[in-house]
Design a protein around this ligand. Structure first.
Ligand code: CO8
Length: 255
């Protein structure tokens, strides 16, 4: 792999974006390598979480401007440029972004495709595409608005200004802010915790939370209740509740 480093520890797979000469700019090759690497792992029952991270200085400074600059509208449409990011977004394995430094443009959009965002104090978020004569193109106008609301989304997208980790946390883009030297540890601990639970319950929980974005409250609550009822067909529900009552640690199998 030219653009990524992959590491597997137990049930957690960590992907490190690695294009240091261009601040981890997201290229077509990087996307292809990411999908090829994670696609088989997404259905591997022994994998419970993905951690996506960059370097200390930068998570990702956006889509690769050099790669895009000369393309025509027809090139973009024929290639359906970057549509593959939706496959990444749809992976069912929980994705944790561990963000240090810049997460701009496509880098910020990648963060927003993750389920948990752990940011270091140095993290900087923004959608600066307007400064390049374009707009966010990997879901930024949609996901940012849902996450932080119209007022702040308009501010960030129309002015191209950035926000620091604390503002991003207050706005709802970031789950936790931690000291920079704690990012990897916090992300891995969160990933290990998630990966230790029932995979069936974790998937169900993710689907229910995501449903909140696309349904009315009453439909969402009904969806949640039906999923909750269905989980009583799993061995993990019996194991989890028995273990609590017997005052022991549960042993989940995902069944
Ligand atoms: N793409 C390509 N190369 C980049 C990118 C990028 N996004 N960002 C930085 N680089 C390169 C620079 O050109 C430079 O290369 P060189 O050393 O050869 O000159 C090297 O990385 C280091 O960059 P800087 O010297 O600029 O580093 P600084 O520390 O001074 O500045 C910044 C860091 C502030 C992050 C600055 O590099 C910057 O502003 N980068 C661009 C940020 C940006 O505009 N991102 C949005 C990109 S567009 C986008 O993401 C749209 C996604 C939608 C695509 C959808 C298609 C359907």
């Amino acid at each position: 792999m030219n653009t990524l480093k992959l590491e597997r520890q137990g049930r957690v797979v960590t992907v490190r974006l690695h294009r240091p000469h261009v601040l981890n700019a997201l290229s077509a090759e990087l996307l292809a390598e990411l999908l090829d690497a994670l696609r088989p792992l997404d259905t591997d029952p022994d994998v419970g979480a993905f951690v996506v991270t960059g370097s200390e200085k930068v998570f990702a400074a956006g889509a690769d401007i050099k790669e895009m600059a000369g393309k025509s509208a027809v090139d973009m449409a024929h290639e359906d440029y970057f549509s593959g990011w939706e496959e990444f977004a749809a992976f069912r394995t929980p994705k944790i972004a561990a963000v240090s430094g810049y997460a701009l443009g496509g880098g910020c959009e990648l963060v927003m495709m993750c389920d948990l965002v752990i940011a270091g104090e140095s993290a900087v978020f923004g959608q600066p595409e307007i400064k390049l004569g374009v707009i966010p193109g990997i879901g930024g106008t949609q996901r940012l608005t849902r996450l932080v609301g119209r007022a702040k989304a308009m501010d960030l997208i129309l002015t191209g200004r950035t926000m620091n980790a604390r503002e991003a946390e207050r706005a709802g883009l970031v789950s936790r802010v931690v000291p920079d030297d704690r990012i990897t540890t916090e992300a891995e601990q969160a990933a290990e915790a998630i990966a230790s639970y029932s995979r069936t319950a974790v998937t169900a929980a993710r689907e229910c939370v995501d449903r909140a974005e696309n349904s009315s409250l009453s439909e969402g609550v009904l969806f949640e209740r039906r999923v909750f009822h269905a989980l009583f067909a799993t061995e993990d529900q019996k194991e989890g509740m028995s273990a609590f009552l017997e005052k022991r640690e549960p042993r989940f199998t995902g069944r």
